[in-house]
Design a binder for this molecule. Structure first.
Ligand code: PMT
Length: 405
């Protein structure tokens, strides 16, 4: 089972009709149903006759908690018209898997079963996750149908390349449930940062003493990666310069590895041209060893002195540039958050800084932050980092037009 904890937000209150047509990838639709439900969506499954050959209606009923619809003649719907009623008040119809046959029927406006009729009678967005053999996908007839549906405003999620159930390898694999959930959250996120380029740092730095030892800190990268995810979902082009962390790269984000502060500075400066925003979430080591020894140091039993020299302050350097983007700093403090955080904001002349209380520890899943800007302090309630990140991005987007525009 995939881990959806990174994206457990964003679908609360959403009503989604999940169409399932007849392909072997239908088994993934069962997992998708559960994942969407865990992310807060109210999922109603419409199953084609062929889809039901792969996974039973009972499975989808159990996983969604809602009755499953298979026939346009189903009399359980109060007005006896599930093909109309089921599609009303819905935020999106998502078809996963969408077979070549279903795509062909939709492209031609057919209404020969419940799912096709629902799609034709919809008044909400339609998203299709194709799944088929690579040659079926590449066939000019399928490509014509896809182009026609795209022109009609239908959104395609995938397919991806890879090993197929038939044993062949190529394009046509349905996206995994986690990727489909992520794509849906991104779809519903207002594109407040569309057209903006965001350069960011995240994670700790590692300042090498010798080839196997170094100075680092407990930053997990979770906060920074959550901010990168929120920026990407909000439509930004995101370049994430990251210290060593074990967090997967968020969808739609370009990640550049930079272990040390010096390397992080270089990577930030080369990514900076064209940036509208710079967000410094990284816990950058203030000092590094004056010298990195080229071989593994041997234990001698005697006391050892390590000379440290200051690292460049990446955020201060970027914020001081004449062409500085809109700069957002972070500050982690164990006490006197207001004084220290606002002090750092003023010292580095930042329009916005996010202060976190270390009460939550560095690498936990939740955070309690206060946003500081020229208007004052804006405390946010303690929440999972994904929620906090979304609010930070909302705040940033509100300040951007005046500050950078
Ligand atoms: O990664 P997590 O486990 O989720 O934890 C997230 C976090 C606590 C590390 C993060 O939310 C955070 O607060 N990061 C900033 C940590 C800090 O206190 O930084 P600072 O006070 O040393 O620096 C202030 C600001 O200047 C920060 O934006 C920092 O990225 C930047 N800075 C600092 C030093 C330096 N040499 N270069 C910098 O760019």
């Amino acid at each position: 089972m995939e881990d959806y904890t990174v994206s457990i937000d964003g679908l609360h209150g959403r009503k989604i009709v999940l169409g399932v047509s007849g392909g072997i990838a239908a088994y993934k639709a069962a997992e998708l149903t559960r994942a969407l439900g865990r992310m807060g969506a109210d999922v109603h499954v419409a199953l084609t006759e062929a889809g039901e050959r792969f996974v039973s209606a009972l499975t989808f009923h159990a996983l969604s908690g809602n009755r499953v619809w298979t026939s346009p003649w189903d009399e359980r719907m109060e007005n006896g018209m599930p093909h109309i009623a089921l599609g009303r008040g819905v935020d999106a119809i998502v078809v996963a898997p969408a077979t070549a046959d279903l795509i062909a029927r939709l492209a031609n406006g057919l209404a020969d079963d419940l799912l096709a009729t629902l799609c034709l009678a919809r008044d909400c967005p339609l998203l299709l996750a194709p799944a088929m053999n690579r040659q079926m996908w590449e066939n000019p007839a399928t490509q014509r149908n896809v182009a026609r549906l795209r022109a009609d405003g239908v959104i395609f999620l995938g397919p991806e390349e890879g090993e197929q159930a038939c044993g062949e390898t190529g394009p046509g694999r349905m996206l995994e449930p986690g990727a489909l959930c992520e794509a849906l959250v991104a779809f519903f996120t207002p594109k407040r940062l569309a057209g903006r380029k965001v350069v960011m740092t995240a994670g700790p730095t590692f300042e090498a003493i010798d080839p196997v030892r170094g100075i680092t800190n407990a930053s997990s990268g979770k906060m920074g990666y959550a901010v990168a995810t929120a920026c990407a979902r909000a439509g930004a082009e995101v370049v994430l310069v990251s210290g060593p962390v074990a967090v997967p790269t968020p969808a739609g984000v370009r990640r550049i590895e930079a272990a040390s502060a010096l390397r992080m500075r270089d990577e930030v400066l080369s990514a900076l041209p064209g940036a509208d925003v710079f967000i410094a979430v990284a816990a950058v080591a203030d000092y590094r060893p004056a010298e990195t020894v080229g071989h593994k140091l041997k234990k001698s039993g005697a006391a050892m002195r390590l000379e440290l020299v200051p690292n460049p302050d990446i955020l201060a350097e970027v914020a001081a540039r004449p062409d500085a983007p809109f700069c957002v700093g972070f500050a982690a403090e164990s006490h006197d958050l207001d004084a220290y955080a606002e002090g750092k904001r003023r010292a580095k002349r930042l329009p916005m800084l996010v202060g976190n209380l270390l009460a939550d520890g560095l690498c936990g899943d939740d955070n309690t932050v206060v946003i500081y800007d020229d208007e004052g302090r804006h405390p946010l309630p303690r929440a999972p980092k994904a929620f906090v990140a979304r609010q930070i991005v909302e705040h940033l987007a509100r300040l951007l037009p005046t500050a950078a525009g």
